[in-house]
Design a protein around this ligand. Sequence first.
Ligand code: FE
Ligand code: CA
Length: 535
Amino acid sequence: MANETFARPFTRRRFIAGTAGAGLSLIAAPAALRQARAQSWQAGNPFCLGVAAGAPRPDGFVLWTRLAPVPLSSNPETPGGMSGGDLGIAYEIATDDAMAKVVRSGQATAEQRFAYSVHLDVAGLEPGRPYWYRFKSGDAVSAVGRAVTLPAPGAALDRLRFGFVSCANYEHGYFSAYRHLTAEDPELVLFLGDYIYDTIEQNRPTVRRHSDGVPATTLPLYRNRYAQYRLDPDLQNLHARAPALVTWDDHEVENDYADQWSQWFVEPARFLQQRAAAYQAFYEHMPVRPILSHPEGPVMRVYDRFAFGDLIEISMIDGRQYRSREACYGPPNKGGGHLESNAGCPERLAAGRSMMGFAQESWLYTALAHTKAQWNLIAQDVLMAQLKEKLKGEEAFWTDDWDGYPANRTRLIKRIADTKVSNPVVVGGDIHSFFANDLKLDFDDPASPVVATEFVGTSISSYPAPYELFAQAVPENPHIRFFESRKRGYVSVDLDRSRMQVRMRAVSDAHDPNAAISTLKTFAVENGKPGAVEA
Ligand code: FE
Ligand code: CA
């Protein structure tokens, strides 16, 4: 923090003056900050968890690493095998991937309080271009990562390629999907939740195990989950190659939780302590803004917005922290998602219920009313379109996705329609299935106009949603244009001013560490025409 407060104005001035390389020694380390001595990393490579960039702005971004020479340390006093106070480490930012043209260097702080993670908030760089970066400490040097700055606000931008991913259960499969996305060279990746799983698999086949062998409920356990996932080379390479925009779903904390309400009816005050541990571990491992996302007990802001010139505005939504309780919540088995008919659970339809919470709703609606971007992406965690199922012969709805919060969904879709948002597209995950959907004000009225388009990405590796069950329900939901749960993979998006092309990419077998990739389906959204059309 101390570093950031005086580095910012200084570096901005230096950029304007154009005296690159001059005066860096003026950035003195805070007196108390320790430095690693040369040859001091005999316990292991402190950068074995890799590097990541995220939270881009027109003049900078956040660079992340975490010092962890013993990444899966089970001693809460020495996370990652580290001890002692904050540690200063060196960083370099260059305009080439060989790190030959360094335009910025200085000192970042690995914070003891946050498991020696670094969230370096860099400012004063040029807009709309890639940069490369690395960290150094003693004799250790990190991998080189790639970051980008956003174009200047409103600047003309012709195209953008990005991917979106969700639901990477480490035990259920390998991360070949991440590897293939990296090979597509996306300019950014949206992580839409279930980045880790708090659970351990009890019944189904596993290809590898969560190291602790127990569900994550405490800070050391959540830290170990993230560390174990980040040791995976496919995930680590994706982060080094592509900047990340991140939000979470439930498994970063616990299945199907809603705000302070646990699926297992844990007393809310106690559950909030677990949530605080989980949110802190998320912060410690993600390239999020250190001020905006600084965790305060069980509260941590992840929702944020990123504008890529005049081409696209991306709103990253938090669908968990501020939710109303699951509709008709109660023991023994209605703590998380469950099916409810309208007659059986009128509460589900109540106007006062919100998935986003009213502060976040208002933040989003204000942005949607003012956006000038050609495309407007709402990136969030769960299925938004209605999915009408059957329960004892009656129409029924799943309470954990947007069907549990229809009043919020209607407010959002109505806002999009009323304020004539340009090319609104919603993306999500959670359901371990591909979907392409038309979003409408009234899903039960075939004449209700299509307002927005939704694409849902399947899981990276997590086991599928029940195919037969959903395939039976799809004909009753004609706004669902495509559904497939039997494939694992990700979604790759190629955007220009006139068209969004969406490729649903499937791996051959998530149990095969060398799985191949293919395109399962391609959709397009044409400028001015909401709705998914097979391309
Ligand atoms: Fe999941
Ligand atoms: Ca989920």
